[in-house]
Each structure stands twice: as structure tokens, then as C-alpha cells.
Design a protein around this ligand. Structure first.
Ligand SMILES: C[S@@+](CC[C@H](N)C(=O)[O-])C[C@H]1O[C@@H](n2cnc3c(N)ncnc32)[C@H](O)[C@@H]1O
Length: 232
């Protein structure tokens, strides 16, 4: 395993170490995504999982009998108050239209007792900042979102929706993606963008950055974890 993969795994394990595992309790996974890390992790732990996504294709791709699937906008959830012990939004909020953030967060606070937001922060590293900017512009060009924020933004969002912040943590990245590993990684990034329907302009921009990453390396942004508790 490379240092980059090793760090990724360690950071993910740290994220999942914040879950309170209560068998029999219900867990809400907000945003399934193409790789569905959070869904797979919650299922691996044997939990009762409900997954919500606005995108029907993503739901179809990961549909399994082991979880409940709901297609819809997280800004208007079809669940009763306190249905879930915990709602997890793992790398989801930056893909949600920012004007909906308050509504989504209020809904999470209504339907669950605890909320966990995990988000990549705005990078301080120049190459990764360029990488993030290309993603943001590319997604905006197709009417989607990839809008990164700092920890303060997520903390205030949750607090303003009525949650008490019980934990925040910044998980630092230091492993550099470079060389052949960067080439392979960036190839799949270009493919992902192509599948999303992004124009040649942005595919060229991200491919141009690949060479820089291969030779100089890129350190990914830190990961921000914010956990809030909603009192009855
Ligand atoms: C990056 S993915 C989530 C990653 C996933 N949680 C994981 O751990 O791999 C973000 C998902 O949020 C979904 N999404 C965006 N806006 C949404 C909304 N308003 N309501 C529900 N889902 C939304 C997108 O369709 C996308 O599948």
C-alpha cells in the first residue's frame, strides 16, 4: 500500500470512529454518490440504513435489499421527527446547492437526534486549490455544485439549525499523491468528469494539471468533521 492510500484509509477510519453504534437504531445516509463510501460503511457495521439521494441513477447503481432507498431532495425529507438516531452527510454538502444548505440542515435536525457532517476543507496547498477550483467551475458549468467551505461555515450551519455542537475535528492530510499513482488517479478523475458530461474545456484544464501533480505532487485538503446533537 502506498503512503497516500495508507493515509486515506487512516483518515476514513478516524471519521468512522465517531459513529455511535447502536444495533436496532436507524441511521440516515444523506447523499449516496458514485462510490457510496458512507452507505457501504454503515451496512458493513450491520446498521439499519436509509439512504437518500436526489439522483435516481445513483440510487439504481447502489440499490441493495440491505438498505432503504429514497429518491428526493434532502431539503424536504419524508420522515417524522426523530426517526433516526444519526444522520451522516459524508462528502455530500459541497454537492448540494448552497441556497438549500439551511433547509437541508434544518431537516436533518428535525428527523435525527445527532448529525455528522464530514467535508473536505478549502485547500491551503496551491496545486490542490487549483484542482478544487477546476472541479467547482466544471460542476457549475453543468448546473451541479462542488462548493467547498471552511469548518466555521459547517459549524455555524449546524448551530443555526438548532443543534448543539458536541465535537469538531480537523483531520490533516500530509501524504503526497505523485508519479505513476497520480497519473492513474488523474486518469480516473478525467473519466469521472467526462461521465458527468463536462465540456472539453474543463477536461483539458484538469488533464493539464495532471502533469503538474505527477511531477510535483499534490496534498489533498484536510477533512473537517462537525458533530451536532439535537435536544428533544
Ligand atoms: C459526493 S456524493 C456523496 C458521497 C457519499 N456520501 C460517500 O460517502 O461516498 C454527493 C451526493 O449528493 C447528492 N445530492 C446533491 N444534492 C442533493 C439534494 N439536494 N438532496 C439529496 N441528495 C443530493 C448527489 O446526487 C450525490 O450523489
Amino acid at each position: 500500500m502506498t503512503a497516500f492510500e495508507d493515509e486515506r484509509n487512516r483518515l476514513r477510519e478516524r471519521v468512522w470512529s465517531f459513529l455511535d453504534i447502536k444495533q436496532g437504531a436507524r441511521y440516515l445516509d444523506i447523499g449516496i454518490g458514485h462510490t457510496a463510501h458512507s452507505l457501504h460503511k454503515l451496512l458493513e457495521l450491520g446498521l439499519d440504513v436509509t439512504s437518500v439521494d436526489i439522483d435516481l441513477d445513483v440510487l439504481r447503481k447502489h440499490k441493495t435489499r440491505k438498505a432503504h432507498f429514497v429518491q428526493g431532495n434532502a431539503a424536504a425529507l419524508p420522515f417524522k421527527r426523530n426517526t433516526f438516531s444519526l444522520s451522516v452527510a459524508n462528502f455530500t454538502f459541497h454537492e448540494i446547492e448552497p441556497s438549500l444548505h439551511n433547509a437541508v440542515c434544518s431537516e436533518l435536525c428535525r428527523v435525527s437526534k445527532k448529525i455528522m457532517i464530514i467535508e473536505p476543507s478549502i485547500s491551503n496547498e496551491p496545486i490542490h486549490r487549483r484542482y478544487q477550483n477546476i472541479w467547482t467551475k466544471a460542476m457549475h458549468s453543468i448546473g451541479k455544485f462542488e462548493d467547498y467551505q471552511n469548518m466555521y461555515y459547517w459549524t455555524e450551519l449546524l448551530r443555526n439549525s438548532g443543534a448543539k455542537i458536541v465535537h469538531t475535528e480537523k483531520l490533516s492530510s500530509s501524504a503526497r499523491l505523485y508519479g505513476q499513482e497520480a497519473r492513474n488517479y488523474m486518469k480516473s478523475v478525467v473519466e469521472d468528469m467526462r461521465e458527468e458530461g463536462v465540456s472539453e474545456k474543463y477536461l483539458k484544464e484538469i488533464s493539464g494539471l495532471s502533469h503538474v501533480i505527477e511531477t510535483r505532487g499534490m496534498i489533498f485538503s484536510d477533512i473537517d468533521v462537525v458533530i451536532g446533537h439535537v435536544s428533544d
